[in-house]
Design a protein around this ligand. Sequence first.
Ligand SMILES: *Cc1c(COP(=O)(O)O)cnc(C)c1O
Length: 412
Amino acid sequence: MTTPNAPQHYPCADYPKVGNDLIVAGVPLRRIADTVGSTPFYVYSREVMTKRIQQLRQAMPEALRLHYALKANPMPALVGHLAPQMDGMDVASQGEMIVALNAGMKPGNLSFSGPGKSEAELSAAIAAGIIVDIESERELNEMARIAQRQGLRPKVNLRINPDFELKGAGMKMGGGAKQFGVDVERAPALLNNIAAMGLEFNGLHIFTGSQNLNADKVIECQEQVIDLAFRLNAHAPTPMRHLNIGGGFGVPYFPGDLPLDINKVGAFLAQALPRIQNHIPGVEVILELGRYIVAEAGLYVCRIIDWKISNHQIFLIADGGLHHHLSASGNFGQFIRKNFPVTIGTRPDDGEKEYVNIVGPLCTPLDMLAEKMLLPKADMGDLVVVFRSGAYGLTASPVNFLSHPHAKEILL
Ligand SMILES: *Cc1c(COP(=O)(O)O)cnc(C)c1O
């Protein structure tokens, strides 16, 4: 059982409580619930996203391009809010491509990554004029065939599977044997072929991993990415326009986690950028982030619909859980289950508290939102809030598992 001096969750300061009510974007949670009309739901805050982007812009050198990866949260209205604030976006399916285009992103500022892009997806990307991140030799050949058929000369980035990995990352996506990108050793030969295949070389995409809270590790990895880009630049068929150095910025989800020091990373990039531009004249350096931009801006809200005691432990049973929020249940990329930051959004923080387990309605022990957490004393009808839920929430969850109603989404 957690004790009062156990590691705490980093405060979710964007959401104050006034009396019984958690306030989201100036609105009491109960009014938001009434507006949505049913629980469970996700609520996202425009102002928290915008604040996040402003903090990033302040910490990073001005010339650094900031991209948003839709995979973290593809809600069309949310992507529409981000579109005018981002320099570009990264999509990983044709569906995401349409959302980004509908949001007003210019095709030249969109890149399409992900393994196993189908002929139809490549064809759509070429027709739309977006940049395709080549992840295999088959994709490269297929691109060339489709481009010839369409009479177009599409821009391509070569996605590289680096020969190192992002240390300290929650999810590694580069280094060793991976399904992403092409191995470094194969890259020179492919770069040599690109122009002759009727494709336009645009740049390199080197994405190494996700959910890193350690600035020194992020910087160490960026050093290696830059070094690799310099090595491969010698094989570029035409001048490199974009160097996508990935992202991997993490969010402090769990007790004891502290935020990533973006000022430290920004200071490193401020001295690295002139070095890169000196070595690769005219290149634009891109930082590509999903989670970091949207995670804090989202809350998952569900209602307590049952209550019981089992073997001296209190169980609050909510109408939402794993099927809408796999990450918070601990079943999406966690090895040991830890609690996301959770509160009761309809009870004061300075009132009576008790240790509780909060579970969802699914008939599986995996459906757990809070395990032995000290929370404001709650009752039937109270609203459970899971913070830092704006990324890898609804669309990263098995919504049809157990055939319960789907969750709604609202953007404030
Ligand atoms: C998943 C992914 C991202 C986003 O990662 P976050 O951890 O959400 O920032 C960015 N780029 C690519 C290529 C990805 O696969």
